[in-house]
Design a protein around this ligand. Structure first.
Ligand SMILES: Nc1nc2c(ncn2[C@@H]2O[C@H](COP(=O)(O)OP(=O)(O)OP(=O)(O)O)[C@@H](O)[C@H]2O)c(=O)[nH]1
Ligand SMILES: [Mg+2]
Length: 355
């Protein structure tokens, strides 16, 4: 899963990227996008590590990509580099960083509207190119194919006019078959989005209040909203854990911003974590909610998916209450599940397989 960090110039994209990934990417952002991995905080890993005393503890990961600034009065995405457009179309979701520090007096939520317009322009460009192709294919088309081409053209026209009325695709009312046809177009306004309001350092003690306020103002659709100070988060992320906690407490900065962004990323994409345990490794794995057991096994290793027999599952809570796997088994909390079992958040799973 890739979340693309986008935003207008000097909004704090690279600072946020560095805070999330503990990296020090060059400012500006590479044209092709800097890719970094963020650890997903999981309060269950600590107690599991105590129980199993493994050689290593591996948290789940989410990938973020930093990008160069967008915007600058282009029309229909024409000025956007091919590479950035490509990244945007491939992304699973966007993290839009909004400059809410030193903003020259304009309300930061204006940037949300401007970005929606930018994305609408990009999508209009994509749809127009598609329409041109459909029209030219209609000329030489056999009668049998005309229906499908005309259907698609009228659907594309409809979505286009919705965009022209400033309705992003995710909020347009579309039939399921239209949605699935549109999925191939990778339209940007169809993707989930998180808006990160990047506040000044003086405002860190109030991020929760500010966040609630912005959330209520831009709460169209299912967007996630987080407020944080990216430059401060970037600095704090470089500190040893204990120092960071102490520093945060003294600033009233609360939960690390990167943790809140990770949580919002999970919510945005409908992700959950399951866990594997043992003397070698205690580990969290990211899956889409309700992923069937066999496919979840493929996250761990493709051999386990191929040779899947069954999964032994215990919830994290039951395991903790029992005090260990053997005790959980004795108490009847270890379930045997088949390949279609929808894996739940916090399931501790042992896959049985043969190759
Ligand atoms: N006061 C304050 N300054 C910040 C904050 N976030 C970033 N900055 C500063 O703003 C400038 C731009 O930050 P970047 O993270 O490079 O912003 P960007 O969006 O990646 O910039 P471009 O890639 O050039 O568009 C830097 O000088 C940062 O130190 C913040 O939360 N508060
Ligand atoms: Mg940058």
């Amino acid at each position: 899963m890739d979340l693309l960090i986008i935003g207008f110039a000097q909004s704090g994209k690279t600072s946020l990227f560095n805070a999330l990934t503990h990296r020090q990417a060059a400012p500006g952002g590479r044209i092709g996008g800097s890719i970094g991995v963020a650890k997903v905080p999981d309060a269950r890993l600590g107690p599991l590590a105590e129980m199993f005393n493994p050689q290593r503890v591996v948290p789940a990961e989410i990938q973020y990509i930093d990008t160069p600034a967008m915007g600058g009065g282009r029309s229909r995405g024409a000025g956007l580099s091919g590479e950035l457009l490509n990244l945007m179309q491939r992304a699973d979701a966007f993290v839009h960083v909004v400059r809410a520090f030193d903003d020259g007096g304009s309300p930061p939520e204006d940037a949300v509207i401007s970005m929606d317009l930018e994305l609408a322009m990009i999508d209009l460009g994509i749809l127009e190119r598609r329409l041109e192709r459909l029209q030219s294919s209609l000329k030489g088309a056999r009668t049998a194919d005309r229906g499908a081409i005309e259907y698609e053209s009228s659907m594309v026209e409809r979505v286009k006019s919705g965009l022209e009325q400033e309705i992003p695709v995710y909020r347009q009312e579309l039939a399921p078959e239209d949605r699935s046809a549109l999925a191939n177009f990778n339209l940007t306004t169809a993707k989930p989005m998180m808006v990160v309001f990047n506040v000044a350092e003086e405002d860190v003690a109030e991020v929760q209040v500010l966040e609630a306020e912005w959330r209520s103002r831009i709460s169209q659709g299912s967007r996630e909203v987080v407020a944080l100070c990216a430059s401060l988060e970037e600095e704090l992320a470089q500190l040893p854990e204990d120092d960071e906690a102490e520093f945060r407490a003294s600033l009233g900065a609360g939960q690390p911003g990167r943790d809140r962004v990770a949580e919002a990323s999970y919510a945005l994409l409908g992700l959950v974590s399951f866990l594997t345990v043992g003397p070698d490794e205690v580990r969290a794995w990211t899956i889409a909610r309700e992923t069937p057991a066999r496919r979840a096994a493929g996250k761990v290793h493709s051999d386990i998916e191929r040779g899947f027999i069954r999964a032994e599952v215990v919830t994290y809570e039951d395991l903790m209450t029992a005090g260990g796997l053997a005790a959980a088994r004795k108490a009847g909390h270890l379930r045997s599940e088949g390949k279609t079992y929808p894996v739940q958040d916090g399931d501790v799973v042992n896959f049985l397989f043969s190759v």
